[in-house]
Design a protein around this ligand. Structure first.
Ligand code: SAH
Ligand code: DHB
Ligand code: MG
Length: 217
């Protein structure tokens, strides 16, 4: 099986289960037009995030790494009418594109995109947070995990994107991103308050994986 096969299967699965989605299609189109990198989660991954957030009854969601707001819109769809989402983004241009996409999708009042370094902005996020999605610079994953944990309550879920990186996570001498992923796994494993697993994924985003961390107490 090749990457082309994984993409063909993803196209089939999304076509079978997910109707055309104008708000999300427009968010991707505007992100492309603004020159943002094409690294948003896939449509089936976005819906997985929404379903997970719904399953924990999330009313307060934290995202680290907004890009053009594609995953943000999926997560905002999980919220009840009085729910709130805060998304942290380093690049002012990404945040500007995201805010427009989020507003067009109908979540301008519920979602706040804050601009700055994720590690700095975390200090100002108000908890408790029911669901966190960590998807920014992977080198900072240890700090993001610890920050999200601090904001969590028992039953909260923390999901981390890109923890496999085409197998690069295997390399103990990998780059700063790989070091961040591996150090985060060590912190998660040593943290008695959480229960965690990681799963590999293939699809239109290539070969990667998610880490799922449930806060138990
Ligand atoms: N969650 C998005 C994709 C995020 S891509 C989606 O799936 O739709 C990663 C994002 O993290 C980029 O927009 C990048 O600018 C941002 N980023 C990189 N370093 C960061 C930092 N130190 N703090 C916050 N965001 C950062
Ligand atoms: C990259 C970042 C992501 O969040 C992602 O899902 C895929 C790729 C990257 O920085 O290359
Ligand atoms: Mg990602």
């Amino acid at each position: 099986m090749s990457a082309a096969d994984w993409t063909a299967v993803d196209d089939y699965l999304v076509g079978a289960l997910q109707p055309d989605d104008p708000a999300l299609a427009q968010a991707l189109a505007d992100s492309d037009a603004a020159g943002l990198p094409k690294i948003a989660v896939a449509p089936n991954q976005g819906k997985l995030l929404m379903l997970l957030a719904q399953s924990v009854g999330a009313r307060r969601i934290l995202e680290i790494g907004t890009l053009g707001g594609y995953s943000t819109i999926w997560l905002a769809r999980a919220l009840p009418a009085d729910g709130r989402l805060v998304s942290l983004e380093y690049e002012a241009k990404h945040a500007e594109v995201a805010r427009k996409n989020i507003a067009r999708a109908g979540f301008g009042a519920q979602v706040e995109v804050r601009v700055g370094r994720g590690v700095d902005l975390l200090a100002g996020v108000e908890g408790p947070i029911d669901f966190s999605f960590i998807d920014a610079d992977k080198a900072s994953n240890p700090d993001y995990f610890q920050g999200a944990l601090k904001l969590s309550r028992p039953g909260s879920l923390i999901v981390v994107d890109n923890v496999v990186r085409q197998g690069a996570a295997l390399n103990p001498n990998g780059d700063a991103n790989v070091q961040g992923i591996r150090r985060m796994f060590e912190l998660v494993a040593a943290e008695p308050r959480v229960s965690a697993t990681a799963v590999q994924t293939v699809g239109s985003k290539g070969w990667d994986g998610f880490c799922l961390i449930r806060v138990e107490r």
